[in-house]
Design a protein around this ligand. Sequence first.
Ligand code: ZN
Length: 199
Amino acid sequence: MQTINASGAEWIHLDVMDGMFVPNITFGPKFINDLRSHSSLVFDAHLMVDQPERYVALFAENGCDYITVHGEASVHLHRTLQMIKAAGCKAGVSLVPSTPVSSIEPVLDMVDLVLVMTVNPGFGGQSLIPSTLKKIEQLHAIRKEQGYKYLISVDGGVNLKTVHLVSQRHTDIAVCGSAFFSAADRAEFVKSMKAAAKG
Ligand code: ZN
């Protein structure tokens, strides 16, 4: 945890998987609570979970700053996002690569973050799917046109070679898993990523 805190990264992105929405299972709110006392970075929970509305309050109570749910996993998405805000957290919505931006347009005025999945969720170490980049452009255009304030975050296959593809399309946050954890020097890695993002 110390090397993460000292790396220069500003957020910790927590991939919660339930074995239903995605095939893999990771961890839950208790684990996040255990981490909370070891870091003051922004905790960004990405719930790859079916019917995430069942767990929103629990994740809010256990130290998450942002809670991001999948549009595909929540039928009453508007209500779920309201629940996140009512619980005192920032609300995010995410899309898998095959879901179009138009499906979440009705809630874009109320979200603090949109998480574009650039790989199919469930496992680390995958390559970025180029067709997903267009969604970043669409989200930035809508944000500009409508005056919305959401951050655009990108998750999947982001590394030193691909970060410029997302940064030049106005991504605010690049989530790194494998690339960060396999780096010999994490602080050096974050520095190089920030430099590569600036082009
Ligand atoms: Zn994620």
